[in-house]
Design a protein around this ligand. Sequence first.
Ligand SMILES: [Zn+2]
Ligand SMILES: [Zn+2]
Length: 332
Amino acid sequence: MSGQMQAMVCPGPARALVMEQRPIPQPGPGQVQVRVLACAVCRTDLHVQDNELADIPYPVVPGHQVVGAVSARGSGVDMPLEQRVGIAWLAWACGECDYCTTGQENLCDHALFNGYQRDGGYAEFMVADADFVIPLSADLDPARTTPLLCGGLIGYRALRMAGDARRLGIYGFGSAAHMIAQVAQREGREVYAFTSPGDKAAQAFARELGAAWAGGSDEPAPEPLDGALIFAPVGALVPKALRDVRKGGRVVCGGIHMSDIPAFPYADLWGERQIRSVANLTRRDGREFMALAAAHPIDTQITRYSLAQANEALDALREGRINGTAVLDMTT
Ligand SMILES: [Zn+2]
Ligand SMILES: [Zn+2]
């Protein structure tokens, strides 16, 4: 496909996105051009807009949770045209460093990310390395599948890091939480959902999804938890979650960006409690999780916007006005 396309571009720090006409990007060797069907809106897109990631190469097209169809191929790519694919955060890793060769390509120092160092899915077309796209079944609804490709995947990696915790605290009940709560409960875990204090709507949402308990993050856990996942970008939740977990419990931080963690007494960490972060994701995470989602569908709650409404979607997310995930649906 050649010609012109529409893209929503972030021109610089703290600027609203602007609609631009651009040439449709052409795939290089080993790449595919993808016609974007839908792209979800992530908190990380706000960090791109707000210049909260290192060395953002403005102007940039955000978007890293893309479902699309292959519309052109570079040399050396044998993926069929019209193949339905998912595109996630990891755009490329070097394949040669100590991380890449030991199954930790998510930590590669040379890695590149979509919608940050490469133009992403807030556009009618994008290009991606064929080895880094995830083939998807054409049966999956594009818009409803997009949230799985970031929040769902990060949630999945975080859940795996929580080990076999049966009573699981989830702090920040937004996009990632609502998906991974379903997976956790299917695995026989009990979910304890912590929302912003007083956010009754989010608490009701969590209970609808089957949470054993839902309350404000200012409330203590009703019983000791075996593990905790933190999805809200609030550093103060780390010592809070440490106080909620039992001895040996793990607190897993799923956000790419978090406010400072306040000082806390060593006693709260004592008892072999652990804190760890989840950084990015590997292609293996993507394949595993999307296979799991195909076998046992995950119900995603979405609010649809058109591509031209990307600023409204970002503002709604920034102001916490969205339950579930905002999705730019190119078919509307
Ligand atoms: Zn994301
Ligand atoms: Zn590497």
